[in-house]
Design a binder for this molecule. Structure first.
Ligand code: E4P
Length: 215
């Protein structure tokens, strides 16, 4: 499973990339707003750091505007994926961008039928928001499984990015259900390394090693 980092914080991206496990990045308007920086500067730095797909989100509401935004974003770098919210105008734009060879990530997805529509329009990626579904008493991972089944039934090539991940258990479930990609915050990415028995085990080895005669 590919691991993407979901943030616009360049320092976090730089550090996570240095760990050698980051396959791509996803941003959104909220992440960019949190940086307090100009989007163009943030995007350029992320694109310099990440050797893989980088989703940059459109913020207009009509297909012609989204298409123009998408073209402008795609011109920044060959790794740019244009992130488009799931709505009629958005999917019209996705089809037009796909016809131009521009990659898209359809976002804010909450139902399997929305995901079917996105695939029919030629979306490169679909982002089901699992954590936001769980938060309202639905199962985010059931949605991922349903999308996977529908795409397999019809041979759609659209790749699933499990998104709005809240904790390592979401990442585990995503991997167990065979999702191709999971995008997560810096904090969740960091937690994937952790296990208390690993810390205790390393400490014990080092204590024992200190008693070994040297020289
Ligand atoms: C994914 O691509 C989104 O940027 C992200 O996961 C949004 O979800 P959240 O704000 O609920 O975490």
């Amino acid at each position: 499973m590919k691991l993407f980092i979901d943030t616009a914080d360049v320092a976090q991206i730089r550090e996570a990339v240095s760990w050698g496990i980051v396959d791509g990045a996803t941003t959104n308007p909220t992440h960019v707003a949190k940086t307090g920086r100009k989007p163009a500067d943030v995007y350029r730095e992320i694109l310099d750091l990440v050797n893989g797909p980088v989703s940059l989100e459109t913020v207009t509401l009509t297909a012609p505007e989204i298409i123009q935004e998408g073209r402008d974003l795609a011109r920044l770098h060959s790794n740019v994926v244009v992130k488009v919210p799931l709505m009629k105008e958005g999917l019209k734009a996705v089809a037009a961008l796909a016809a131009e060879g521009i990659k898209t990530n359809v976002t804010v997805t909450f139902s399997p039928l929305q995901a079917l529509l996105a695939a029919k329009c030629g979306a490169t990626y679909i982002s089901p928001f699992v954590g936001r579904l769980d938060a309202v008493g639905h199962s985010g991972m059931d949605l991922v499984r349903q999308i996977k089944a529908i795409y397999a039934n019809y041979g759609f090539k659209t790749e699933i990015i499990v998104a709005a991940v809240r904790h390592p258990a979401h990442v585990l479930e995503a991997a167990l259900c065979g999702a191709g990609i999971c995008t997560m915050s810096f904090e969740v990415l960091k937690q994937l390394y952790d296990h208390p028995l690993t810390d205790a085990g390393i400490e014990m080895f080092l204590q024992d090693w200190a008693t070994v005669p040297k020289g």
